[in-house]
Design a protein around this ligand. Structure first.
Ligand SMILES: C[S@@+](CC[C@H](N)C(=O)[O-])C[C@H]1O[C@@H](n2cnc3c(N)ncnc32)[C@H](O)[C@@H]1O
Length: 402
C-alpha cells in the first residue's frame, strides 16, 4: 500500500475529528493523525479519491502532500506536479497554516514567489492569483483563501491551490477536494419547506449521519425528524430512512423535502415517514430494529440576553424531560452495537458557564453507553461559535449487547 499524507482543514473542531474517525472506521481504512496546527489535521493513510472526502460534512478542504521542505529551502521545491496542467487564464491560490502569524505570512509570500517563477519558466504568464486573508483560528494562524472562494472559482478543477502547514518543516500539498458549499446551501435554502427555527444546517446533519457509522443500504431512524434535514443527508449517503415526528405538518414537510431530494439526486433509498411519538416507537416500528439513530429532539430559540445560571437550568430541565422519556423507546429499536448520535441544547450563561443536562444515567438504564473514540477526549462535542448563547452538544451512544 502506498502511504499518503493529507492536510485536512476541519470546520467543527473535535466534532469533525470524531466524524473522520467514524468515517474511516466505517470504510475499513487505517489512518493516523500525525500532526495538528490550528484547525488543520495532518493524516497519514492510503490513497483516497476526492469523492471519498466529499462524503464528510465537517471539513473545509483536503490537500494531498507532495513535498516537505525546511523554512528557508522553499526555492528547492519541485513544483512540476503542482503546475502540471497550468494554463493562461487559470486561477490559483496559496494557503498557509502555522503556529505563528509571521511565519504563515512569510511562507505564503515565498511560496507564491516560487510558483510565479515556475509558471513563468513554463511560459504561463496570464494567470490570476486569488488573495487570502490572515487570521487566527484556534491555536494557529492561517493565511487562507476560503473554501467558499476555492469552490466558487473552480480552483481545484481548473487551476490549483497549494496548501502548506508548518509542523517541524513545511508540508506542501495540492488541494484535491473542497466541501460542496453550493450543494449544502441548495439543500438548505432551495428545499420546498423551510423553517430555520427548528432545522439544523445540512453539514451538521451529514456529520451526525456519519457518526452513526451506518453503511449503504442500512436503515437510519430520526425519531424527531422535523423537516427531514438529517434524513435528507442520510439518503444522499445511500441509507434507507425512517422518520417520526409528533406533528403531522412536519411529517408532510419532511415528505415534500425528501421527495424533492430523491428526484434532484436520482436517489432510490427507501423512505418511511410517520406521525407519532418518540416515546412510543413500538406503535410504528412493531418489533423492528434500525441500524443507527441520529436526532435533535430540542432546538432552543436564540436568546436575546445571557440567562442567569438559574434561568438556564430551568430551561434545560424542561428540555431534558423529552430526552429521558424517549431514550428507552429509541434504544429498544436500535440493533445491538448500533449507534445513536444525539444533539442536546447547551446554554452559555451570564457567568460564562456552558450548562447542559446529563442523560447518561437514563441512557445507561435504557441499555446505551457512551461510545468511546480515540478522537473524543470528552463529551459533549460542542457546536457553535463561542459568542452564541445557545449551542449544541453532540453525544454518541452505543447500544449494549450483540
Ligand atoms: C428540533 S426539531 C428537529 C428538526 C430536524 N432535525 C430538522 O432539521 O428538520 C424537533 C422536532 O421534534 C418534534 N417532536 C417534539 N416532541 C416530539 C415527540 N415526543 N416525538 C416525536 N417528535 C417530537 C417536533 O415537532 C419537531 O419537529
Amino acid at each position: 500500500m502506498v502511504e499518503r499524507k493529507y492536510i485536512v482543514t476541519l470546520a467543527y473542531g473535535a466534532l469533525s475529528e470524531a466524524e473522520l474517525e467514524s468515517y474511516f472506521t466505517l470504510s475499513n481504512l487505517n489512518f493516523k493523525v500525525v500532526g495538528k496546527v490550528g484547525r488543520c489535521c495532518i493524516l497519514k493513510g492510503e490513497n483516497l479519491s476526492s469523492d471519498f472526502w466529499l462524503g464528510l460534512g465537517g471539513l473545509h478542504k483536503v490537500a494531498e502532500v507532495f513535498a516537505e521542505v525546511k523554512e528557508d529551502e522553499v526555492h528547492k521545491l519541485n513544483l512540476d506536479e503542482l503546475i502540471a496542467s497550468a494554463k493562461d487564464k487559470m486561477k490559483w491560490a496559496v494557503s498557509t497554516y502555522s503556529e505563528s502569524e509571521a511565519s504563515a505570512l512569510k511562507f505564503s509570500e515565498d511560496l507564491q514567489g516560487c510558483i510565479k517563477e515556475a509558471l513563468k519558466s513554463k511560459g504561463v504568464v496570464k494567470t490570476k492569483l486569488l488573495r487570502g486573508k490572515i487570521h487566527k483560528v484556534d491555536s494557529g494562524w492561517e493565511y487562507e483563501v476560503s473554501s467558499q472562494l476555492i469552490q466558487g472559482e473552480r480552483v481545484v478543477e481548473e487551476g490549483f491551490e497549494a496548501v502548506a502547514v508548518k509542523l517541524k518543516d513545511w508540508l506542501i500539498g495540492k488541494s484535491i477536494a473542497v466541501v460542496d458549499h453550493i450543494g449544502y446551501r441548495e439543500r438548505d435554502l432551495g428545499r420546498p419547506v423551510q423553517d430555520p427555527t427548528i432545522t439544523m444546517p445540512p453539514k451538521l446533519a451529514r456529520i451526525l449521519v456519519n457518526l452513526t457509522a451506518c453503511s449503504k443500504g442500512e436503515t437510519l431512524l430520526d425519531p424527531f425528524c422535523g423537516l427531514g434535514t438529517i434524513l435528507g443527508e442520510a439518503i444522499i449517503r445511500g441509507l434507507d430512512i425512517v422518520g417520526v415526528d409528533a406533528k403531522s405538518s412536519r411529517v408532510e414537510g419532511a415528505r415534500k423535502n425528501l421527495t424533492w431530494l430523491l428526484k434532484k439526486y436520482g436517489i432510490r433509498s427507501k423512505v418511511e415517514l410517520f406521525q407519532g411519538y418518540a416515546e412510543n416507537l413500538s406503535r410504528i416500528l412493531k418489533g423492528r430494529l434500525v441500524d443507527g439513530v441520529a436526532t435533535e429532539p430540542i432546538l432552543l430559540p436564540p436568546l436575546k440576553h445571557p440567562p442567569t445560571d438559574e434561568e438556564a437550568k430551568r430551561m434545560l430541565e424542561r428540555s431534558s424531560r423529552i430526552y429521558c422519556r424517549s431514550l428507552p423507546s429509541i434504544s429498544k429499536h436500535l440493533k445491538p452495537k448500533g449507534r445513536l448520535a444525539i444533539v442536546l441544547p447547551c446554554v452559555k450563561t451570564k457567568s460564562r458557564r456552558i450548562l447542559s443536562f446529563d442523560i447518561s444515567r437514563e441512557a445507561s438504564k435504557a441499555g446505551l453507553r457512551l461510545y468511546s473514540m480515540d478522537s473524543v477526549k470528552k463529551y459533549p462535542l460542542l457546536v457553535g461559535d463561542p459568542s452564541q448563547m445557545v449551542m449544541r452538544g453532540v453525544y454518541i451512544f452505543e447500544k449494549v449487547g450483540g
